[in-house]
Design a protein around this ligand. Structure first.
Ligand code: XMP
Length: 519
């Protein structure tokens, strides 16, 4: 792999993605990993990410043996902080010139014959974020770019295959960043682009067969992209040894349960156990308006129903020699990285409140997506033949419409919200806005009433809130500036077609301060 060394400021994930976009396989390692261990993984190249704004910053992370890393003969690309680390380790000068640069900056390429910059313009826009700056490159390095404030904004030593840039090529504000990264990978490090989702599928199918053998596996389907793709992949590997469980809690959107029951099964041929638990959830939620309480109830009931279904499947297979020993999960690479990047297979204990099961029953996890980013998961899903309606789904919260009704959750209110939501989704899709909008929660203010006039009479109904947001990761979001005509169509249709709704309002709050969901 190409190793991306993470100096701790969230750039590493983006870099790893960009490397994979260049069709080269990459993995993130923490900067605390000993250099000897990094080299033992025989990386094709190493990229040092950004991090603190200066190598002289107090507590700035260090590699245990930076010199060894730069002299091992492995191609290295230092970015921002990684660039300064390369400079200082190899005898260049990084000092406090007062040259702080933050944000979009004009950079001048001084040597167009450079490995990194060939074919890119002499002046280009780059994203800077640094305090101290490099004023002299290490011996043997050619300076290839500068800015108005920084004499050494990039350098390279082709013979030693060491490259560095002060800016962040991985962010889109650096106009030629991807090209520069690809130049490093293909020309500097001599790597052929060959990583494809087809490789992933082949590799994973083999690995799953090896892991599961002739045992059985179960997988919970949520209706979301990750669990669907994980299940499809495992289905491809072990076929009828897999059973999927889908808990219909009645809080899904219109058509979602049918999508899982029909489209997913049609595309994969998976064995599916659908548990209709609508009554159970409605009963448990009766009289509850507090958001946190609702979430807790939904989570609790979900686990109970799932465990019950699981126990039934386990009981059916018990003693057949094909016991259920595996649980499939759609864990993604960012989840792994965020939780510290463990590599072993975790064992989770099943809960003890399941009747008739041995106390110490354990499932081993099968996590075929643990190397992948979300966009790659979508590509794998498409390649496995899953329909776009499943693969391109926007995020939808586990508690479903239960947390999109402000007030008590009842069957009537769910039906009403389902209608309004279906209209909004239909119009957004028709307007071609599905990709631009990260997600658009539709919220029913069930505890609010407002006066309206419809037909010849006064109405006293409920408002529906539209909450279209743009986001990259749901951590932050901005409200989407949607075309007025589309808003108008949604508003007209909802007020005309959904009974008891006489008003549609638009949420124009970014996150922070407002979360994406209302509850
Ligand atoms: P918030 O509302 O916190 O939402 O800005 C961020 C993202 O997470 C989704 N979300 C959930 N997803 N279970 C989920 O699986 C949940 O309980 C949950 N709550 C919020 C939300 O839709 C958005 O994409």
């Amino acid at each position: 792999p190409v190793l991306v060394v993470d100096f701790g400021a969230q750039y590493a994930q983006l870099i790893a993605r960009r490397v994979r976009e260049a069709r080269v396989y990459s993995e993130i390692v923490p900067s605390t990993m000993p250099v000897a261990e990094m080299l033992a993984r025989k990386p094709r190249a190493i990229i040092l990410s950004g991090g603190p704004s200066s190598v002289y910053e107090e507590g700035a992370p260090r590699l245990d043996d930076a010199r060894a890393l730069f002299t091992a003969g492995v191609p290295v690309f230092g970015m921002c902080y990684g660039f300064q680390l390369m400079a200082t380790t190899l005898g260049g000068t990084v000092d406090n010139t007062g040259a702080r640069e933050y944000g979009r900056t004009a950079m001048y390429v001084s040597k167009t014959s450079s490995t990194l910059f060939e074919g890119t313009p002499a002046e280009q826009s780059v994203w800077m974020s640094h305090g101290d700056a490099c004023s002299a490159a290490p011996e043997g390095f050619a300076v290839t770019a500068s800015t108005d404030l920084v004499p050494v904004a990039a350098f390279e030593n082709d013979e030693k295959r060491l490259y560095g840039v002060q800016y962040h090529p991985e962010v889109m504000h650096s106009t030629h960043g991807q090209q520069v990264l690809e130049h490093f990978l293909y020309r500097g490090a001599g790597i052929e682009p060959s990583w494809t989702t087809g490789n992933v599928i082949e590799e994973q199918v083999a690995a799953i067969r090896e892991q599961v053998g002739n045992k059985r596996a179960i997988c919970g389907l949520s209706g979301g992209v990750d669990s669907a793709v994980a299940a499809a992949l495992v289905q491809k590997a072990i076929g009828s040894q897999l059973t999927c469980v889908y808990v219909d809690h009645g809080l899904m959107r219109k058509g979602e349960t049918e999508q899982v029951e029909k489209d997913f099964v049609a595309a994969t041929g998976v064995q599916l156990k659908v548990v209709d638990a609508q009554e159970r959830f409605l009963t448990a939620l009766a009289g509850v308006s507090d958001p946190e309480t609702k979430r807790k109830i939904i989570g609790r009931e979900f686990i109970r129903v799932f465990e019950q279904a699981q126990a039934e499947i386990v009981a059916e297979s018990a003693g057949t020699g094909e016991d259920v020993a595996f649980l499939v999960q759609g864990t993604l690479y960012p989840d792994i990285v965020e939780s510290g990047g463990g590599t072993g297979t975790a064992n989770i204990k099943s809960h003890h409140n399941v009747g008739g099961l041995p106390e110490d029953l354990e499932f081993e996890l099968v996590e075929p997506l643990r190397q992948l980013f979300k966009d790659e998961v979508r590509m794998v899903g498409s390649e496995l033949g899953l329909p776009d309606e499943i693969v391109q789904r926007q995020p939808f919260p586990g508690p479903g419409l239960g947390i999109r009704i402000v007030g008590e959750v009842t069957r009537e209110r769910l039906d009403l919200l389902r209608e309004a939501d279906a209209i909004a989704r239909e119009e957004l899709t028709a307007a071609g806005l599905d990709r631009e909008i990260w997600q658009c929660p539709v919220v029913l203010l069930a505890d609010v009433r407002s006066v309206g006039v419809q037909g010849d009479g006064r109405t006293y109904g409920h408002p529906i809130v539209l909450r279209p947001v743009s986001s990259e990761d749901a951590m932050t979001a901005d409200w989407t500036r949607m075309p007025y005509e589309v808003l108008a169509r949604i508003s007209t249709r909802i007020t005309n077609e959904v009974r008891d709704v006489n008003r549609v309002v638009l949420d124009v709050t970014s996150k922070p301060p407002g979360t994406i969901e209302w509850e």
